[in-house]
Ligand binder design. Structure first.
Ligand code: SF4
Length: 543
């Protein structure tokens, strides 16, 4: 019935209950968080029509759909993984999947599974579920399978036997050519690389994206060696196209807009110079289109320090005093000038690597004044990184908190992604991480937990369902009550304690049951009618 079907595993094909940062729960080992909770709270199903077509979908799949429709392929459907059986049949010629973290090797999944005693992250389990479904359908209907997306490098490490082609790079210029080859019955190479598109070659999406997602920039010019985003790929999407997609999402029912970018302050920039007018106009116009709230996933510290007035203006327009910004991720990376100079020289621009600590402290103050709480990520575990380097990172984290800065800090092991300049580095191993890493982890998480307890209720305000919001807040609160001790033990044993956590399934489940028990007490006080409503609103969706 459908010739081209596009999908992803559930770790990507979900709206995270309305709060994209909750997607990080899928980086936890699957034995720690029960499936019931993933289904109901963190990675709920996306609604689909009776023919299997998704009502809203991840932005990347919407973009590929637009590219193929523009190229003349008429029969293209984006479907969630649960609906593949409805949409794939003997007419299907190609199944395209986008992969985000198929084997749980992203820095966050890698760290969390390592800390909690190993085993697959939920992301890997979701991909395995999708893998089995593809294998079953392909055996029956014999279509071709292409995989693209930011984590194709993981698939290259161990290719699934049902996969025909790994498509690296961008889709606009070259994907239609390879899809035509499939239609003609010609062979497509096992690995291909799509060229980068010029801005005018990027079509706007034609059906709504989940969470009101709209891309505003592509790529990043800073060129960090551990990052797969290369300096050559940086582009700004024209305002006219951005607003077209904003309107499409809002007309389809989105209340909020998420501006996808690697640094919101790059919008309209040339050679990393801030284009205040372009950024402020972007926010103003998006608001005028009817967005209640505007979010963005990334911002960079040097740009914040360079133009605090731009940050304040976007905060005013987006009304962060009222809504708060949703923990944009900011690369803090290291407190060591030596590590910054060697592996990410362009990161502090226009400041010097020696100024990095001051830039971080100052940018935190500016962001906090603008009602934005950054989530700083740190990269630890470069082969030549010493305890002295990590001590400088610990000192910077202390300074950050002592200065009154409000921020999350997440030290992550540096992963040798195949497409980066450090691809030949070994994967980090628990025993080989600098000993001081565990102290950095404890210092950071202690503060992270304190802050999360204060801020989480504000962040979950936007969750789709009231009952889901209550459950998430309660579960997180009780989980955090116990987790500080875990990080203390990890520090005292230099990580060796994590080997014991490989058997903590029972303990964790008891913790979850304890949370559920407390929830039941809460609900019983509110009456059974409330529980009845909760069942229908949190049971996922499949219409
Ligand atoms: S600043 Fe961030 S997005 Fe840009 S290259 Fe560095 S790590 Fe990648």
């Amino acid at each position: 019935m459908t010739e081209i079907v596009l999908t992803a595993d559930r770790g990507s094909f979900t709206d995270y209950g309305g709060v994209s940062t909750l997607g990080y729960v899928a980086c936890m080992p699957d034995r720690i968080v029960p499936k019931l909770m993933m289904d109901a709270l963190f990675t709920p199903r996306i609604k689909y029509k009776s023919n299997g077509e998704a009502i809203v979908a991840p932005y990347a799949l919407r973009k590929v759909e637009a590219i193929l429709l523009k190229a003349g392929f008429k029969d293209v459907v984006v479907a969630p993984p649960e609906a593949l059986g409805k949409v794939v049949d003997k007419e299907t010629r190609l199944l395209g999947i986008t992969v985000h973290d198929p084997y749980g090797l992203s820095p966050v999944s890698f760290k969390l599974t390592m800390l909690f005693g190993g085993g697959p992250a939920w992301n890997a389990t979701f991909f395995n579920d999708l893998s089995q479904e593809i294998w079953r359908l392909r055996k029956k209907y014999n279509f071709k399978v292409f995989a693209g997306g930011p984590a194709t490098w993981q698939l290259a490490l161990e290719r699934p036997d049902w996969l025909d082609t790994i498509y690296n790079g961008e889709a606009e210029v070259d994907l239609p050519k390879y899809v035509s080859s499939v239609y003609q019955g010609s062979d497509v190479p096992k690995d291909v690389r799509g060229r980068d598109a010029k801005v005018e070659e990027i079509p706007t999406i034609v059906k709504p994206a989940r969470l009101g997602e709209v891309q505003v920039t592509r790529g990043c010019p800073r060129g960090c060696q551990f990052c797969s985003i290369t300096p050559e790929t940086y582009r700004t999407i024209p305002l006219e196209d951005v607003l077209k997609e904003v309107k499409l999402n809002i007309d389809a029912g989105a209340r909020n807009i998420e501006l996808l970018t690697d640094d919101i302050l790059l919008y309209g920039s040339k050679r990393l110079a801030i284009n205040r007018e372009a950024i402020v106009t972007l926010f103003r116009k998006v608001k005028e289109e009817g967005a209640e709230q505007i979010f963005f996933p990334h911002i960079s510290s040097p740009a914040v320090v360079e133009s605090p007035e731009t940050v304040m203006e976007i905060s005013d327009i987006a009304e962060y005093k009222k809504h708060r910004a949703e923990a944009p991720v900011v690369g803090l990376e290291s407190g060591s000038t030596r590590i910054i100079s060697k592996y990410m020289r362009g990161k502090p621009f226009p400041y010097r690597p020696e100024d990095w600590g001051k830039v971080i402290i100052e940018s935190t103050g500016i962001l906090n004044d603008a009602y934005i709480t950054p989530a700083y990520t740190m990269t630890v575990g470069f082969p030549d990184e010493t305890d002295e380097d990590v001590q400088q990172s610990i000192d910077l984290v202390h300074k950050l908190f002592d200065s009154g800065g409000k921020a999350w800090v997440f030290p992550l092991p540096v992963i040798p992604i195949t497409s980066t300049k450090i691809s030949r580095n070994p994967f980090p191993e628990l025993e080989k991480l600098p000993g001081k890493y565990w102290e950095l982890l404890y210092v950071s998480w202690k503060k992270d937990l304190e802050l999360t307890r204060i801020v989480l209720p504000q962040m979950t305000e936007r969750m789709n369902s009231k009952i889901t919001k209550t459950i998430v807040n309660t579960v997180m609160d009780h989980t955090f009550s116990n987790i500080e001790g875990v990080f203390k033990e990890l520090m005292e044993t230099r990580g060796r304690k994590s080997y014991e956590y490989s058997t903590v399934e029972l303990n964790s489940v008891i913790g979850i049951f304890r949370s559920i028990y407390r929830l039941m007490l809460v609900f019983s006080r509110r009456g059974t009618d409330y529980i009845g409503k909760s069942t229908s609103s949190s049971s996922g969706s499949s219409t």
